[in-house]
Design a protein. Structure first.
Length: 342
């Protein structure tokens, strides 16, 4: 057997792609792609998602970007408060995931991604790494923990006083507001808390509230491996539109209701015109709301079925025979044996 294999003398399968076989192959490929794409698209369509922008709401509505940045700076570390109402048009089953969204924020930039010290955040003693500059040390030379641009730019808007507002009934009954719990105790990857970050206490971290608002989104003095919001932020996003998990609502939200939240607008995105939004979304067995994968499979299925129909019409007989088929093994079909037309 080995000798025959070495001499390439083994019997092989040399299929001949006849028109009928091509039609069968394309039909099978189209059926497989359709069987995969249809459930994926149906699962994506079943996801309910609500997005409400808030960087241009409240006291900042109607102002241009420089005026909004000036108002944010004048507010100092307290930020500009506003109350946001998120309407629920379709029922949302639990769990409902709460995200905050930043537009045009290129968190995957190479310089930004490298500006961190994983050994420092893991608890290894030593001075901050050089790649953390300019957020390596304070003006007095004290080390910044955690250092680097990634940690320094930590998103620090706050979302509090969540409530579910249900519409009133007949007879002029007023709407009722029920406190809504948003769980953020386990929103980071468990592997990050176990292996990437250690029980490191922040030092000299975001001590200038006037420039960025300070690290108010995190509890002061909380160790890095317990700071869920900071661990979520430090995992870079791949797309320019950054969407980070803030918490989970384990209560179903009925249609016609609204979610009310008090927002502390601190994070200054007005310099580059990046919008900020709150997103409520459910999930399915295929993940979040993204039609691309299911639509791509269905598009390939349609192309395969069109190709099968084309081969079926082209290889037919009679009025449907659009392409003349040659006989297999006919030497007269070779180019040098064909009779040249005058």
């Amino acid at each position: 057997m080995f000798q025959r294999f070495a001499q390439q003398d083994l019997a092989g399968w040399s299929p001949i792609l006849t028109p009928g076989a091509l039609v069968l192959y394309f039909v099978l490929a189209g059926a497989v792609c359709a069987a995969i794409g249809a459930p994926l698209l149906a699962a994506s369509l079943s996801v309910v998602q609500v997005r409400v922008r808030y960087d241009d709401a409240g006291a900042l509505a109607g102002l241009d970007a420089p005026a909004r940045a000036a108002a944010l700076a004048a507010a100092g570390g307290g930020g500009v408060p506003l109350t946001l109402s998120i309407p629920i048009a379709r029922p949302m089953r639990a769990p409902v995931y709460v995200y905050y969204e930043l537009g045009a924020f290129y968190q995957n930039h190479k310089r930004y991604v490298r500006s961190r010290d994983d050994q420092q955040m893991g608890g290894v003693p030593g001075p901050p790494a050089e790649r953390c500059a300019p957020e390596k040390t304070t003006a007095d030379g004290e080390p910044i923990v955690p250092c680097g641009l990634a940690a320094w730019s930590h998103f620090n808007d706050t979302f509090a006083d969540w409530a579910l507002v249900e519409p009133g009934g007949g007879g002029g009954t007023p709407p009722t507001a029920t406190p809504l719990a948003v769980d953020s105790s386990a929103i980071a990857w468990p592997s990050d808390a176990r292996h990437l970050y250690g029980p490191v206490t922040p030092q000299n971290f975001n001590t200038d509230p006037a420039s960025r608002g300070g690290g108010a989104a995190s509890a002061p003095g909380l160790p890095l491996n317990e700071d869920q919001h900071l661990m979520v932020w430090l995992r870079p996003a791949a797309a320019p539109t950054v969407r980070k998990l803030w918490g989970v609502i384990n209560t179903p939200l009925p249609a016609g209701s609204a979610v009310r939240v008090s927002v502390g607008n601190r994070y200054n995105t007005y310099g580059w015109g990046g919008p900020k939004a709150v997103v409520l979304t459910t999930s399915s067995w295929a993940g979040g709301r993204n039609h691309f994968l299911g639509a791509a499979y269905l598009a390939v299925a349609g192309a395969c079925l069109l190709a099968a129909a084309g081969f079926a019409l082209g290889a037919g007989t009679g009025c449907c025979g659009l392409v003349r088929r040659r006989r297999f093994g006919d030497p007269s079909e070779l180019s040098w044996n064909r009779v040249k037309q005058a």
